[in-house]
Design a protein around this ligand. Structure first.
Ligand code: IPM
Ligand code: MG
Length: 361
């Protein structure tokens, strides 16, 4: 099979971690008889430096011509980077929001798994994490507060800012269906998270999710208010299978969920539309403070590449091979600095990529 992959290396640690993921994809392709065709795409600060904007129309078109896009991370240090002296719509993050919208990537899957070997890095008490946890955050990605109308105006001499939060039933229905489909392949439980005690958009969310649930009698549905969910994630993370939620709640809860696994450097993500196309990126950011030092953890990006093989190319065997190689490297005691603990072997970004590629079979 020929894999046509768009590559957005991006900013900060992005180029380093994507290089390792490409190494692993290439090795898997070689073993399983595929060819890879990469198309380098500029987004975020890297695009601002060349084109003056974080995403060009040409890049959007080029991304659309690929089967999938693998991304590192975008953005820099907001205090020191000149990118943040531009108006908000021209900053790196605007490129990411726009590509999600342009490619209609409404379903964001963020798995949060506690690896047995990394239990030591988990900040929660052992009695809470005993037996591990494995949840999938399904975040709606192209609606809600991040895409509503916004403005800042002066009203009667007082500066006033508006951000509007809108969801229509179709936007809710399509993400809910995805959530239930995924739950069917997992432990068959959906926790739909909202703020229905206050927000109209949440009350509609709840109603539509219940309608969708009727088509999935095998899946247990529960509703949870977002503030309670934030608490439950640290109190009893084992209770969750699929967390289904809107854009902003998912943004916040997925960072929290990643933290309780011990390292954000381990967490992959996939952003999907109605087709097989997807954008795959680590859940973590561009970490400008450690960029270029060769110490960033490439595992989240490598696991995102595995998700890409599974969801966009239906190459389950290849995806599993990569996931097993990652597990093997951890078992053998290799660690990047973010997940390092006593008695283990510390390695850098490139060595970690070499090891995972080396364990592939
Ligand atoms: C994420 C990030 C983005 C988001 C930012 C960079 C716009 O935090 O992917 O979670 O909020 O969606
Ligand atoms: Mg975020």
């Amino acid at each position: 099979m020929n894999l046509k992959i768009g590559v957005i290396k991006g900013d900060g640690i992005g180029p380093e971690i994507v290089t390792e993921a490409m190494k692993v994809i290439d090795k898997a392709a070689q073993i399983y008889g595929h060819t890879c065709e990469y198309m380098q795409l500029l987004m975020g600060g890297a695009s601002i430096d060349v084109h003056g904007v974080p995403l060009t129309d040409e890049t959007v078109a080029a991304a659309k011509s690929c089967d999938a896009v693998l991304m590192g991370s975008i953005g820099g240090d907001a205090k020191t980077s000149p990118w943040y002296r531009l108006e908000p719509s021209k900053r790196p993050e605007a490129g990411l929001l726009r590509i999600r919208k342009e490619l209609n990537l409404f379903a964001n899957l963020r798995p949060a798994v506690l690896y047995d070997e990394l239990k030591g890095a988990c900040p929660l008490k052992e009695e809470i994490t005993e037996g591990g946890f494995d949840m999938m955050i399904m975040r709606e990605l192209t609606g809600g507060l991040y895409f509503g109308e916004r403005k800042t105006v002066e009203e009667n001499g007082v500066m006033t800012a508006y951000d509007s939060l809108t969801y229509n039933e179709n936007e809710i229905r399509r993400i809910a269906k995805r959530g239930f489909d995924i739950a069917m392949k997992r432990r068959k439980k959906v926790t739909s998270v909202d703020k229905a005690n206050v927000l109209d958009s949440s009350r509609l969310w709840r109603k539509v999710v219940e309608e969708v649930a009727a088509d999935y009698p095998a899946v247990a549905l529960e509703h949870m208010l977002v503030d309670n969910c934030a608490m439950q994630l640290v109190k009893d993370p084992k209770q969750f299978d699929v967390i289904l939620t809107e854009n902003m709640f998912g943004d916040i809860l997925s960072d929290e969920a990643s933290m309780v696994t011990g390292s954000i450097g381990m967490l992959a993500s996939a952003s999907l539309n109605e087709t097989k196309f997807g954008l795959y990126e680590p859940s973590g950011g561009s970490a400008p403070d450690i960029a270029g030092k060769g110490i960033a953890n490439p595992i989240a990006t490598i696991l995102s590449a595995a998700m890409m093989l599974r969801f966009s190319f239906d190459l389950d065997r290849e995806a599993e091979a990569i996931e097993s190689a990652v597990a093997k490297v951890l078992e053998e005691g290799y660690r990047t600095i973010d997940i390092m603990s006593e008695g283990k072997t510390q390695v850098g970004t490139e060595k970690m990529g070499d090891l995972i590629a080396g364990y592939l079979k």
